[in-house]
Design a binder for this molecule. Structure first.
Ligand SMILES: [Zn+2]
Length: 298
């Protein structure tokens, strides 16, 4: 059991919807109010969670959600979009590509959860580098970091007047960063870019809201990962063998520790200039987890 999700007010007309405990498939969203229609940053993983979120949004916003910015293509951030059939869906071009050809996980990987009758929607407005929305003057900047990071099509959303940054999964707070579908090296650059904005409030993709202090622990983990991958290559070990003997040290207290295996698949492949075997990486996370499904509370 986890605490109930809550809308957290960040500035006039700006909220984060924070869903404890931030684990697998339990993400945060953002809400930006405007008389021309509210903007939602991501939706959630299931019908029940997205309905609860939209109900909470309706209570505080002056108008319904008319546009959704998808920070990336992962299902927790996109699944509920079909509950907003008339909203503009805005995302980086690669999010549209990913959603047209979704990767399906083997059914045994996660503990079962009820997704309900929802599905992602293909973006109706795509961009390559950046896009600025200014409904009635409130500037909402959507930026791709110019490199694969958490995925290949990440965006972060910056409200310069309010100095609020919604990072999507470019920041995990309390959970293990997950780089299987991105690039650990690129992610470090994305973190530098976001840090240069000098945000006051940072809304991570998973976990509690914070400030710019949330960037350094993610960068620290990614550097640890890159070093572990280099060591694995030098010793000729597989990602799973490496993970099983790796002392996670200061990262041992992070939730979703099993992500180290998927992360090593990506980091080793990246160092070798190749691509990881994605189904094998998920299966190895399952093996690392004692051949048990990964704990999902969605
Ligand atoms: Zn994600």
């Amino acid at each position: 059991m986890t605490d109930a999700p809550q809308l957290q007010r960040l500035a006039e007309g700006v909220w984060a919807y924070v869903q404890p405990d931030g684990g697998w498939m339990i993400n945060n969203t953002g809400l930006v109010d405007d008389a021309s229609g509210a903007t939602s940053i991501d939706v959630t993983s299931t019908a029940a969670r997205t309905r609860a979120y939209l109900g909470a949004a309706e209570e505080v916003a002056s108008s319904p959600v008319r546009r959704v910015i998808l920070t990336h293509s992962h299902p927790d951030h996109c699944n509920g979009a079909s509950l907003l059939p008339d909203a503009e869906i805005i995302a980086h071009r690669r999010v549209a590509d990913d959603l047209r050809a979704p990767h399906r996980l083997a059914p045994h990987i996660f503990t079962p959860f009820v997704q309900g009758d929802v599905a992602p929607r293909i973006p109706t407005l795509v961009f390559d580098d950046a896009l600025t929305i200014a409904p009635e003057g409130r500037r909402i900047e959507v930026r791709h970091p110019g490199t694969p990071a958490h995925t290949t099509g990440d965006s972060y959303v910056w409200l310069p007047a309010e100095r609020v940054l919604f990072t999507g999964d470019l920041v995990f707070h309390g959970g293990t960063p997950f780089a299987l579908s991105g690039s650990p090296v690129g992610w470090l650059r994305a973190l530098e870019q976001m840090a240069s904005l000098e945000a006051e409030i940072v809304v991570p993709g998973h976990g509690p809201v914070g400030g710019p202090e949330l960037f350094a622990p993610v960068a620290d983990y990614l550097r640890f990962l890159i070093d572990a991958a280099a060591d694995a290559r030098a010793r000729g070990l597989s990602p799973l063998e490496t993970a099983r003997t790796l002392d996670l040290g200061r990262f041992a207290g992070l939730a979703e520790k099993e992500r180290i295996v998927g992360n090593l698949h990506r980091a080793i492949a990246e160092a070798e200039g190749g691509q990881p075997d994605i189904p094998a990486a998920w299966q190895d996370m399952y093996e690392y987890n004692g051949a048990q499904p990964l704990d999902c509370h969605a």
